[in-house]
Design a protein around this ligand. Sequence first.
Ligand code: SF4
Length: 422
Amino acid sequence: MVKKYFILVLGCQMNRSDAEKIETILANLGYQSVNSEAEADLIVVVACSIKQSAIDRVYGKAHNWQKRRKTGQLFTILTGCVLDKDKKPLGEIFDLAVDIKDINQIPEKLGVDKSVSVGDYFSVAPKHNSSFQAYVIIMTGCNNYCTFCVVPYTRGQETYKDANELINECKELIKAGYKEITLLGQNVNSYHSGDYGFPKLLSAIDKIEGDFWIRFLSSNPQDFSDDLIEVMANGQHITPYLHFAVQSGDDDILKKMNRRHNVEHYLKIIDKARLTIPNLMVSTDIIVGFPTETEAQFNNTVKLVERVSYDMIYISKYSNRIGTAASKILADDIVKTEKDRREKILTKFLAVSALANNQNYLNQIVDVLVEGHKQGQQFGKTNTFKTVTFASDNNVIGQFVQVKIVEVGSWALFGELVYPVE
Ligand code: SF4
């Protein structure tokens, strides 16, 4: 009988892409994917220790699976971005806990012949869940040790995939008709392999012939170079979208976070990028309620948000993660209601800036990569990562189309289909 697996993914795009690698491994072992936990003989959880709520969810799920697990009907594997302090207790209610970089050992740990080799972490090809959008992991881990962050502890030091292998992987995807490639890493700007830094890698992928967009995530200011701005400005396929993590608009808080930039440096890069790259959209990550953050320090973040006029901010309310440097040296002293208030204030400023930025799209015709449809409407993204909704009777999912924008809100653009892009 064919064995069936279900993968539960929590957290960011890196975890989603890792799950696609695990799918390849399981498919090679003869497992078949199913859409529900109840049908599965094997459940893999790609977990995330960044938020306690995500870990609590794993506990809840794992407890529900115990009965089937104890009767031998179900085998469970825990992997992902998991802190040791979570891994130990969770390991007791899973059959197997595997470090994310060791997912290639899953066949051996499942008792399959050791000769079934799947190569190392980077050489496991993901089984992409989309036929037109692909994540490509260029690096994993992080050397930056921001005091609030678990990644250096869960994924370890940075390691990089070989540049030529990455270029070939992208060539294959484009040949297979993929329209959007997102290069992923915790800190893509520090990528290096042989004589390739990130700008050279991006430029090489941009030179591949075809009809596609390239995006990349995430960028941090400390190693963001002028070369990268030039490559983005001159690229044929590189989208004018920069996710550029700042975390706080206050220099003292940035120091306590062990971020290696200050506000002035951050703004200089944004100003230069906006001058050089036409129609650049900028998004960021901000933590509110970091330990000791005063009202005045929070107001510095508000000032930064007003100054940059972001298109999107991914706001996190600080949560104490045991094992991180911040948890050892700083008390989580901002109460939840205050964190909620600060989050609401930033969201209000964001709604205003995003709406103002979106007004520029009114009556413009934009290219959209169509991602899906809902209630008779199709939706997709512009190259600037704006969500566009429009009506169409034809199924144009996975295609580039042109849409005239007739209405805008803070979080979406609404338009009319002009015609499919040739
Ligand atoms: S750069 Fe990003 S991944 Fe690395 S430690 Fe800082 S927040 Fe975490």
